[in-house]
Design a protein around this ligand. Structure first.
Ligand SMILES: Cc1cc2nc3c(=O)[nH]c(=O)nc-3n(C[C@H](O)[C@H](O)[C@H](O)COP(=O)(O)OP(=O)(O)OC[C@H]3O[C@@H](n4cnc5c(N)ncnc54)[C@H](O)[C@@H]3O)c2cc1C
Length: 404
């Protein structure tokens, strides 16, 4: 048995692990990223790819902490997309540069007073949301027969597969396959410090071990005796998917609840077909709900907001998936920021939202810096472990059904 050295071992190649990994590799850290399935296969590829600017969160009636903290994120992502940030996303594709909030005619959202109030709140968090005249609407909104008030905001939607490639591909030799709950033996000292890990008869000693494996983090933390004070939560979704979508649309359909009735993002499947990916209230249900309930809720929303949409040629599917994050102070809500839990030389992290990944990495980097952990500039050959491939999108993996 030989001993290999790493600066940092990261477990879990979702956006949290990948953003950190790319950041560390660019700084010269000898980092190893371990993943038990495929790169990005969890919540990250299941996400809608929206880099939130905070507007969605001011609908609660007040400018809350979440709206304020997330509103700073688009600037960090834009910098990374230009190749000017601490991670390089210049190879990633932007699917949309703006999104629309739709308020139907006759609904209070179409009243100028509400819109003005909302935009004042948006302005207070630096959001440039603005009401747009019909002549400025994207053609797709007229095509689907929408009638009402439209707010436009510069909120990016990213092609998540290209984000995964941008972060991982330059350093793929250091991304390897291993299950931290099954394949890795952790040796601890009496205080819970991880002294070394053993995988496939090889010992690895790292300066820090970072866990970004979503729900598996808590299991491991409890197993290693690191779980004191750590609470997490899981919020299920049954996301809707619609194949042969009529046009490109990036929209939140709003009603009285702060949560959109449906949030639509558009994607292109590998066979070229247009996909609508449907989140918001239509998806807020347990993962084992009847998929037909999602289709019915989406169809109901379409009848109200886009009566001209032809659904005769579309096929449907669903994706059951959990959002995993630190425990919020308010039941059923998401926390206002990423969650980080540090125990000796182990760091556990949950970004809460894709958008917050830069902040989680900053917090972990600060913890490394405070502990005097510096990049060694070395590279280790990790080829004793299998390579890890990239995940596919949910719409390329699913089996499509016609709505009943
Ligand atoms: C349907 C949906 C839509 C969303 N849309 C948005 C959005 O538009 N904008 C936004 O900002 N946020 C969005 N979010 C939230 C966002 O996707 C998540 O906060 C983020 O992707 C979490 O990243 P992560 O890296 O912590 O987790 P994950 O992406 O789940 O990654 C965890 C990784 O760890 C790996 N892993 C698990 N167990 C082990 C193990 N035992 N050993 C090794 N590896 C392991 C997994 O295979 C996975 O690759 C959405 C979430 C969902 C579910």
């Amino acid at each position: 048995m030989s001993t290999l050295k790493a600066d940092i071992v990261i477990c879990g190649a979702g956006i949290a692990g990948l953003w950190l990994f790319n950041y560390l590799k660019r700084k010269g850290f000898n980092a190893l990223l371990l993943e038990n399935d495929a790169i990005g296969c969890g919540q990250t590829i299941a996400s809608q790819g929206i880099i939130h600017s905070g507007l969605k969160y001011v609908f609660t009636g007040q400018v809350n902490e979440l709206a304020k903290s997330i509103s700073a994120m688009p600037a960090l992502w834009r910098k990374a997309l230009k190749g000017e940030g601490p991670v390089d996303l210049s190879a990633a594709n932007v699917t949309a540069t703006s999104q629309h909030f739709l308020f139907r005619s006759g609904f209070k959202g179409s009243v100028t007073g509400f819109g003005a109030d909302l935009m004042a709140k948006a302005g207070s968090i630096g959001n440039n949301a603005r009401r747009i005249k019909k002549s400025e609407w994207p053609a797709s909104l007229t095509e689907v027969g929408f009638s009402g008030t439209v707010l436009s905001m510069d909120e990016l939607v990213l092609d998540m597969q290209s984000v995964l490639h941008a972060l991982a591909a330059p350093y793929q030799e250091s991304i390897r396959k291993a299950d931290m709950l099954k394949d890795i033996d952790f040796s601890l000292d009496h205080s819970g410090n991880i002294e070394r890990v053993t995988i496939k008869n090889q010992t690895i000693i790292a300066k820090r071990y970072v866990f970004t494996a979503a729900s598996a983090n808590k299991i491991l933390a409890d197993r290693l005796g690191h779980g004191t004070g750590l609470e997490t939560q899981v919020r299920p979704l049954l996301m809707g998917m619609m194949q042969n979508a009529p046009c490109e649309l990036f929209a939140h359909c709003m009603e009285v609840s702060p949560k959109p009735v449906v949030t639509i993002t558009t994607h292109r499947a590998i066979d070229g077909k247009l996909i609508w990916y449907l989140g918001g209230s239509v998806a807020e249900r347990s993962k084992d709900s009847d998929p037909r309930d999602v289709f019915a809720a989406a169809q109901k929303a379409f009848r109200k907001y886009m009566p001209s949409v032809d659904l005769t040629k579309v096929s449907w599917s669903t994706l059951p998936i959990d959002r995993v994050e630190g425990k919020s102070k308010v039941a059923g809500h998401l926390p206002n920021s990423p969650t980080i839990h540090i125990w000796r030389n182990a760091i556990y992290g949950w970004p809460t939202k894709l958008s917050f990944s830069p902040i989680l990495t900053n917090q972990i980097a600060e913890s490394l810096s405070n502990a005097g952990v510096k990049p060694s500039g070395q590279e280790t050959d990790w080829s004793f472990l299998p390579k890890c491939s990239f995940t596919q999108t949910p719409w390329d993996l699913t089996i499509w059904k016609h709505a009943t």
